[in-house]
Design a protein around this ligand. Structure first.
Ligand code: AMP
Ligand code: TRP
Length: 327
């Protein structure tokens, strides 16, 4: 049996190089080996306030980027979460299974809720909906960045608890983390992850940043106090982050990049990193513009939703029966 892969990204803000290297690039590699489902998780996006018109556009932006980086709708099922109502349905059932204590230990909730006057209940129960996303498709593998590890562990716990209480219903999913690239750090502070919600745009490379912006952001990226280019995430987190990015976008090992810059300064290194990023991202940006303007994206998403609905319906039938719901 081919294994089932599931992952999702929220349509909030511009997709960063961190999302790409930590998640999207793996999605593409996996579509040739597995039966992959990739979702635009718009229901998760509304756990924080969103402007409706902007959300609509961002859903299509993100789906277009899925295609531009190389996801192929003939190989993978690409769809929007809210197009498949079973996500909300199973999300509710899992909310009734998860414990308040488990949800309050989630670091993403603590970080996103911190300092806010009003936090939605949806932000708190977010992991139950995420577990529903994954379990609906009987997924084996979930490729994500390191920040999602805790949510995945909770998903596994919920699947095990559900199966024990109601009989075998769900496949227990495994998390798939990339070794390098699982956590790309901010360009202005190597102790924080690169994020689309950081107020400083200089902290991240966005997938659609024009070449000059990419070059400028890299040239301004912070470095560490000595002048040596070596990989040591503890002692030299900033340079190590830039080395990770360099190695991933040029498909070279970190050792090869380090030896190529032996005896050279940060100036040359950053200049060439900027060029390598521009060379890697320009073809993606060209494809993105073609796809986003083609009007094809809605049709593809409708087809994807139909396929997803059919798979989800089979799981929901078993869930309802096992839990004892319905007339
Ligand atoms: P989000 O932006 O929170 O919707 O995240 C979408 C996916 O990108 C998730 O799998 C995250 O783990 C991954 N991701 C987000 N930021 C980074 C980062 N800085 N480094 C690596 N992966 C990331
Ligand atoms: N919570 C994930 C994030 O913020 C997005 C997400 C929602 C997801 N549902 C998922 C990721 C299911 C993997 C599988 O990045």
């Amino acid at each position: 049996m081919t294994s089932r892969v599931f992952s999702g990204i929220q349509p909030t803000g511009q997709i960063t190089l961190g999302n790409y290297l930590g998640a999207l690039k793996q999605f593409v590699a996996l579509q040739d080996q597995a039966d992959a489902y990739y979702c635009v998780v718009d229901m998760h996006a509304i756990t924080m306030p969103q402007d409706p018109d902007q959300l609509k556009e961002r859903i299509k932006d993100l789906a277009s980027l899925y295609l531009a980086v190389g996801l192929n709708p003939e190989k993978s099922t690409l769809f929007v979460q809210s197009d498949v109502s079973a996500h909300s349905e199973l999300g509710w059932i899992l909310q009734c299974l998860v414990h308040m204590g488990e949800l309050s230990r989630m670091t993403q909730f603590k970080e996103k809720g911190e300092g806010k006057e009003a936090v939605s209940a949806g932000l708190f129960t977010y992991p139950a909906l995420m577990a529903a996303d994954i379990l609906l498709y009987q997924s084996h593998l979930v490729p994500v960045g390191e920040d999602q590890k805790q949510h995945l562990e909770l998903t596994r716990d919920l699947a095990i608890r559900f199966n024990a209480r109601f009989g075998d219903t769900f496949t227990i999913p495994e998390i798939m983390l990339l070794k390098q690239g699982a956590r790309i750090m901010s360009l202005d502070d190597p102790n924080k992850k690169m994020s689309k919600s950081n107020p400083n745009p200089g902290s991240r490379i966005e997938m659609l940043d024009p070449p000059d912006v990419i070059r400028k952001k890299i040239s301004r990226a912070v470095t560490d106090s000595d002048r040596f280019i070596r990989f040591d995430p503890e002692a030299k987190p900033a340079v190590s982050n830039l080395l990770t990015i360099f190695s991933l976008v040029t498909d070279q090992s970190i050792e090869d990049v380090v030896s190529a810059y032996d005896g050279k300064g940060y100036g040359d290194f950053k200049k060439e990193l900027g060029e390598a990023l521009v060379a890697h991202l320009t073809p993606i940006q060209t494809r993105y513009a073609e796809i986003r303007n083609s009007g094809e994206i809605e049709r593809l998403l409708h087809l994807g939703a139909e396929k997803a609905r059919a798979t989800a319906a089979t799981t929901m039938e078993a869930v309802r029966k096992n839990v004892g719901l319905g007339s």
